[in-house]
Write a protein that binds this ligand. Structure first.
Ligand code: PEP
Ligand code: MN
Length: 337
């Protein structure tokens, strides 16, 4: 349930209420809004009637949350959350595009790409350093050295950096370098990892598990939120179906469906979803048209020489052109780029 505090209540009253809720054996998460503060009380205490809570001074009302995901739900927070990566927001009127190579390959490569995508209007730089590969014999990434190069690219451009963390034990190490953790599709149900990033306050770009339902996806986000980290970005990246003409099947209808249910920003990864360079631009436009708050796109100066995922990677010119072409699409749906 959520306990909505009256506008203008003092910090002392809020803390007093948090204490009372916790005394009843419930876990609390305080959600600070512009007009009202809300205390989410988590746990199974349905025997306590809502009148009990509403009798306390400072409490406006107490509402049960029916959705299994509580903190992610629009019932708790009707207005959209804007999540900032190095000062650039995702989830507001402006569409944010995160771009960069699948994998950090060298200092020079990542700095060149960072400068180009920044010039084209990207809001953050992506690049894998710890790569979860299907085969143990494939290149696994530059590991910490890759993170160092990403940090240098941030220094050079001011772009925030997004990189994947593959296990709970690496959260401290990766967190020293990145501005936003990425949790990959193969780790969406790694609950220890979700809990570990939830204990930080850094933004987390959470990719949908390739076989996860929308509800399971929201509950994975809830794991992070329930640890007190409100900075969760949901990313649709394609699901497994019988279809073989694309690498995965981009489930675009989940974008507006998620936006109905959650206040969290929702972005789309057309690169991994389709696995086909020629489909990146059209599906990016479609994603923006159906309400995505942003995109994450793989970009490389020479896609055919990229160490990983070249077949789904745009070159620098194609990316710059796409950024130009997305402007009118964004405008048509009341957004801007
Ligand atoms: C990635 O974005 O680098 C990646 C591995 O994506 P996914 O987890 O969606 O496959
Ligand atoms: Mn990739």
């Amino acid at each position: 349930m959520i306990i909505v505090m009256r506008p203008g209540v003092s910090e002392k009253e809020i803390q007093e209420m948090v204490k009372r809720v916790e005394e009843k054996g419930l876990k609390t998460v305080l959600l600070r809004g512009t007009n009202r503060n809300v205390i989410a009380a988590i746990g199974d205490k349905r025997e306590i009637p809502h009148e009990y809570w509403e009798a306390f001074p400072g409490v406006e009302r107490c509402v049960p949350i029916l959705a299994p995901y509580k903190l992610a739900s629009r019932e708790v927070k009707p207005e959209p959350s804007v999540i900032k990566i190095c000062g650039a927001g995702l989830g507001g009127r402006k569409i944010g595009v995160i771009a960069g190579p699948c994998t950090v390959e060298s200092r020079q490569q990542i700095i060149e790409i960072a400068q180009a995508v920044k010039q084209a209007g990207a809001m953050a730089l992506r690049g894998g350093a710890f790569k979860p590969r299907t085969s143990p014999y494939s290149f696994q990434g530059l590991l910490e050295e890759g993170l160092e190069f990403l940090a240098e690219a941030r220094e050079a451009t001011g772009l925030g950096v997004v990189s994947e963390v593959v296990s709970a034990e690496h959260v401290g190490l990766v967190g020293k370098y990145v501005d936003c953790f990425q949790i990959g599709t193969r780790n969406m149900t790694n609950f220890l990892l979700l809990t570990a990033v939830g204990q930080t306050r850094k933004p987390v770009l959470l990719k949908r598990g390739m076989s996860a339902t929308m509800e399971e996806f929201l509950l994975a986000g809830e794991y992070i939120l329930s640890q007190g980290n409100p900075n969760v970005i949901l990313c649709e990246r394609g699901i497994r179906t019988f279809e073989e003409h694309t690498r995965f099947t981009l489930s675009l209808s989940v974008v507006p469906a998620l936006k109905e249910l959650t206040h969290l920003p929702v972005i789309v990864d057309p690169s991994h979803a389709t696995g086909r360079r020629s489909l990146i631009a059209p599906m990016s436009k479609a994603a923006v048209a159906c309400g995505a708050d942003g995109l994450i796109i793989e970009v490389h100066p020479e896609p055919d020489r990229a160490m990983v995922d070249g077949q789904q990677t745009l070159d620098l010119n194609a990316f710059a052109q796409l950024m130009k072409d997305l402007g009118p699409v964004a405008q048509a749906v009341g957004r801007e780029l």
